[in-house]
Design a protein around this ligand. Structure first.
Ligand SMILES: Cc1cc2nc3c(=O)[nH]c(=O)nc-3n(C[C@H](O)[C@H](O)[C@H](O)COP(=O)(O)OP(=O)(O)OC[C@H]3O[C@@H](n4cnc5c(N)ncnc54)[C@H](O)[C@@H]3O)c2cc1C
Length: 433
């Protein structure tokens, strides 16, 4: 009986967990893991905050998978760019899409296209050295920045802007971004939520960290955290306690203030040549889902970072659900021989561990039907031939280890790595370009 040929497209957490599930579930299988970038690990490298190195340790588990004799990593190979969806279906018995959700959702308000407005995908990608966003050059030459959103990404962005260079010392914040942030004359950061503190989706540990920053004092209006507020989950209850503690902190005399602005919905980004402010409408405390009132107010800010969610990229030929911004699927099944996992299946929710359970469940359903449709698919040999005809330089796992080694070797003292941030630099580090 011939080995099953599987291809996982996307080397973020959901893709690696799917590969892991396949290896455990199917005794005789070969798995190719493709990524459009020359580097593996998706948002573990390009999203997770540079000062939360512990979270990135999961990459070691993924590294071990790449060293499994039945697994190949092929970076710098993009679905829809270097290989078509129909081609992959012709080559492999099973295609697992793990494309993530890299496109920032829009606020949908006037002024959103002004210079100085950034989606968090782009902004976080910039400071984390994602090649797509390396040259974003955000306008941080201003005293005040607004961060729209009440989830952990908003907290990450606020913290990275708020920390001193010394506080970022053990991080892998890219040099180009660290220099711009250190030179920014920031005095005020506003974290803006449409709804109240009890509805914020911060995790308590991340929120509490904002109370311990060296040059930055959080500011919470006591009326926003009144003791009679209902909290529907243990995390919301904990968040309220933390915010109450912050509201009671005496003025700290620190140069930077991090304001939590709740019940405020963006109505317009203001400015002529670039962002000069943001207009917000008060949403009633009791109003359902943060519905707005006609009371508006403005904040003078020079930049806005929106942290309000993401969408998957539509790939030609791939069934897509435009309303949800995900690959069209039923419980992860896309069509015979194709399934989808992670953020490209569910949308941008859930942490790294959430993807494990989800990928394992999708693969369990998918392998049940592989046998029925099994034909003599050529697998990775056919892909190699096609990539060679198209002169695509696939980055192998051994190549990645050379990039990894270079990044570690060039790290400033105390830092884990200095990332290479441009595709040409990454390919050059492999040594044959
Ligand atoms: C800013 C930020 C911070 C986060 N911090 C944490 C945290 O601290 N802890 C935590 O547990 N979770 C965190 N998360 C959530 C976590 O990162 C996600 O749950 C997880 O990365 C989703 O995995 P994924 O595989 O679906 O997507 P991704 O990680 O985005 O991986 C998708 C991969 O697919 C590749 N790809 C996309 N399109 C193509 C294509 N056409 N062809 C080939 N390859 C393609 C991409 O290059 C990428 O490598 C954070 C998320 C963000 C946005």
């Amino acid at each position: 009986m011939k080995a099953i040929e599987a291809c996982v497209v996307g080397s973020g957490p959901s893709g690696f967990f799917a590969a892991d599930a396949l290896l455990r579930r199917v005794p005789d299988i070969r798995v190719d893991i493709l990524d459009r970038l020359p580097t593996p690990y998706g948002l573990v490298r390009g999203g997770v905050a540079p000062d939360h190195q512990g979270t990135k340790n999961i990459a070691r588990q993924f590294e071990r998978l790449c060293q499994h004799p039945s697994v190949r990593f092929l970076g710098n190979v993009g679905l829809g760019r270097d290989v078509g969806y129909a081609e992959l279906k012709d080559f492999y018995d099973l295609v697992v899409l793990a494309l993530g959700a890299p496109v920032d959702r829009k606020l949908g308000v006037p002024g959103e296209n002004l210079p100085g407005v950034y989606g968090s995908g782009a902004f976080v990608g910039w400071y984390n050295g994602h090649p797509d966003h390396r040259d974003l050059a955000p306008l941080l030459d201003c005293p005040a920045v607004a961060i729209v959103g009440n989830g952990n990404v908003a907290i990450d962005v606020a913290r990275v802007l708020a920390k001193t260079p010394e506080e970022m010392a053990g991080s892998d914040l890219c040099r180009h971004a660290g220099e711009v942030i250190a030179a920014a004359p920031l005095t005020d950061i506003y974290v803006i939520g449409r709804r109240g503190p009890a509805q914020a989706s911060f995790t308590p540990a991340e929120l509490a960290e904002l109370g311990r920053l060296r040059r930055t004092a959080p500011k919470v209006a006591p009326r926003d955290v009144a003791t009679n507020l209902p909290a529907d989950s243990p995390a919301a209850k904990k968040n309220l306690e933390i915010l109450r503690g912050l509201a009671q902190q005496p003025p700290a005399g620190k140069p930077l203030t991090l304001h939590f602005i709740f019940h405020a919905a963006p109505q317009a980004i203001l400015g002529r040549e670039r962002v000069e402010g943001i207009r917000l409408a008060r949403s009633g405390v009791a109003a359902e889902a943060g519905a707005v009132t006609d009371k508006t107010f403005e904040l003078a800010v020079g930049a806005v970072v929106t942290c309000i969610g993401y969408r998957t990229v539509a790939v030609p030929g791939l069934p897509f659900d435009p309303a949800r911004g995900v690959v069209r699927n039923v419980d992860g099944q896309v069509e015979p021989g194709v399934c989808v996992v992670g953020w490209s299946k569910r949308g941008p929710s859930g942490t790294i561990p959430t993807n494990r359970a989800d990928s394992f469940a999708v693969i369990e359903r998918a392998v049940g039907s592989i046998g029925e449709s099994l034909t003599a698919k050529p697998g990775g040999r056919a892909l190699d031939l096609l990539l060679s005809e198209r002169s695509v330089r696939a980055v192998t796992f051994a190549d990645w280890l050379r990039i990894d080694e270079r990044e570690k070797a060039t790290a400033p003292p105390g830092r884990p790595r200095e990332k290479l941030t441009r595709t040409e630099e990454l390919l050059a580090a492999i040594g044959d370009q």
